[in-house]
Unconditional design. Sequence first.
Lengths: 231, 227
Amino acid sequence: MPPELTPTHGTTVIALKWAGGVVMAGDRRATEGFAIADDRIEKVFHADEHSTVAIAGVAGQATEIVKLFQVELEHYEKVQGDRLSLEGKANRLAQLIRQNFPMALQGLVVVPIFGGYDLRREEGRLFRYDATGGRWEEEDFMSTGSGGRPAKSSLKKLWRPGLSRDAAIRVAIEALRDAAQEDVATGGPDPTRGIYPSVKLVTESGIEDVADEEVRRVYEAMIAEEQGRGA
Amino acid sequence: MAFQPYVPPEQLMKDRSEYARKGIARGKSVIAVEYADGILFIAENPSATLHKISEIYDRIAFAGAGKYSEFEDLRIAGIRLADLRGYSYDREDVNAKTLANAYSQALSAIFTQQMKPYEVEILVGQVGETPAENELYHVLFDGSVTDEHGYVGIGGRAEEVTEKLKDRYGEGADLATAVRSAVQALAEVEGRTLEAGTMEAAVLDRTRNRRKFRRLEDSEIGAILSG
């Protein structure tokens, strides 16, 4: 691809289950080739009141797919007077990704993760996708994007069933920090400029955007602990 | 070619109007009342699933009276128009005035060109950031639009209901007062008491986040009416 056509890429996003539902989080970096395009981009979105979608891949395509997905979910809800099931939403997103497949073949790949609180089953659920529109349900946690691999290793070590809210946020931040240390395209927390990963919780009562201030405190506590251990 | 008798246009329009009015008169009335935090829509509706009142967009709601299948048709067209516009441009660019105009054009075309007119009357409401910025449009079966303020009744016994509301309406009333006065107005016109379980009510509440529309549960209406 000619350099002037290099598209903006979103990098690492992760999701995990906890006692009250799911946590979805992402770093804030977007890249254009070897350049940092944006250090405050948002990659985790509200799909509707009980589900979130996070994206890795070509940012332009991805935000467009998310926007269409959000409109479709709300449109369905208003016309039918009822919400789609979580399974239904996950399937619809798979179709949108499949529609993008010809573009993916040309290098414009978008890979989302989707999660939410299933009001009928009364539990948090997570779904993983690939560029062809393949859709699989994940049991515990998952990650995608350029820093997805190191993030996954860290989730594997830190995740336990039935995590509390605070523990789940801590695990998410730790996984993203590990990804930032191993992957050049993933942005780590930047206290001097006040940039922290975006973290969202989905529970029975809806979506909570965890405030930057809380993420900062968790991050600082994590660093203090490491320094205490002499790491 | 079949023989077509000459019918003067005045007569034709008069017949169609009469037909539409008769159809609407068979249905129940719907009320919209402005209150301190927004706009209340309320109607007697024994069905819990076939709604007369619905969300259209972030700040906009719809209420229909008359023939269900016809106003349902208009409701869905409105949601489609609003969602499409918001997707193509921006959420801010969706407003009640555009919708009311689209409804007016559609109903007017149906009234003059189709075999039979729609037997419906609709309301399109939009809550503003201040009460002065609220908008409420009343669209008739022939496409005529009126801009309403404060309160309005549509459907079966619209005029009587609006007349009753006139005595009860107070600017800046709270939600409970608005619900009570609307239910009293409906009950007086119908000449019987109305149970909370048979009422359908929703508000456009400016204190809410992006989506201002909220349905009132039967239990909430019950608590207001008995309180």
